[in-house]
Design a protein around this ligand. Structure first.
Ligand SMILES: [Zn+2]
Length: 240
């Protein structure tokens, strides 16, 4: 059995108190990072949908422009044909051009109907883009204030973590390096709980009974006793 002083045990308990806070703060900060990623993802997804809407709008605008140009082309043809009509010499030629004008007018009607549909579609998408653009700005604002809130909260936690780490370093200086190493090892194996109280012959780390002889030794407090079940360093506090 390793002989240690009562002061060593006090030091180990203090080391554990800091360790518990360090483990807690690390896990809080880890959650914060996850939350931040989640929030950023939400905004990114919305932006993606917004970009898609914008792309749809550009396509619809292009369809309108193309359709307008096509109508213009057909219109020009009608004008030219009408001019020809005035200059033709034969009836056959006249009929031919007349039919051409007629065909082009039909084509123009069809194109105009199509153009109206394209415009309707464009207006619909335009209002979607405008609405979702406003929504995006609101979401962006909301998210940036959420992130600022999280940042503020976690900066306090980061500060505390730094303090506990320094505190632990200072406490550790008064311990023998081998004991410190043992503490580290046990803590790593037990999710940050290396030193635990024994009460009524029960280890409060794993809640198993410890043998009476070991309990007596823990109560004496002048040797390093580990729980036979969970290997945690045991200590006793007289609460009577
Ligand atoms: Zn135990």
């Amino acid at each position: 059995m390793n002989d240690i002083s009562k002061q060593d045990i006090v030091t180990l308990v203090k080391l554990q108190e800091a360790e518990t806070e360090i483990v807690r703060l690390n896990s809080v900060l880890e959650e914060v990072e996850k939350e931040k990623i989640k929030i950023a993802k939400k905004l990114k997804q919305f932006k993606k949908a917004l970009d898609q809407n914008q792309e749809d709008l550009e396509k619809a605008q292009m369809m309108c422009r193309d359709s307008e140009q096509e109508i213009q082309v057909v219109d020009d043809r009608i004008i030219i044909s009408n001019e020809h009509l005035r200059m033709v010499k034969t009836n056959k030629e006249y009929q031919l051009i007349l039919r051409e004008v007629d065909d082009n007018k039909k084509r123009k009607d069809a194109l105009e109907t199509e153009f109206l549909e394209f415009m309707d579609e464009r207006d619909k998408i335009e209002s979607i883009v405008s609405e979702s653009g406003k929504e995006y700005l609101l979401l962006e604002e909301q998210i940036s204030s959420e992130q600022a809130e999280i940042e503020k909260k976690s900066s306090n936690d980061k500060e505390s973590l730094e303090e506990y780490l320094n505190q632990q370093k200072d406490i550790g200086k008064t311990l023998a390096p081998a004991l410190m190493e043992k503490f580290r090892k046990i803590s790593k194996m037990n999710q940050g709980l290396a030193v635990t109280r024994v009460k009524n012959e029960v280890c409060l780390g794993c809640f198993m009974n410890i043998p009476p002889q070991l309990y007596i030794e823990v109560q004496r407090g002048n040797s390093l006793i580990s729980c036979p079940q969970c290997s945690r360093i045991l200590y006793y506090v007289n609460t009577d």
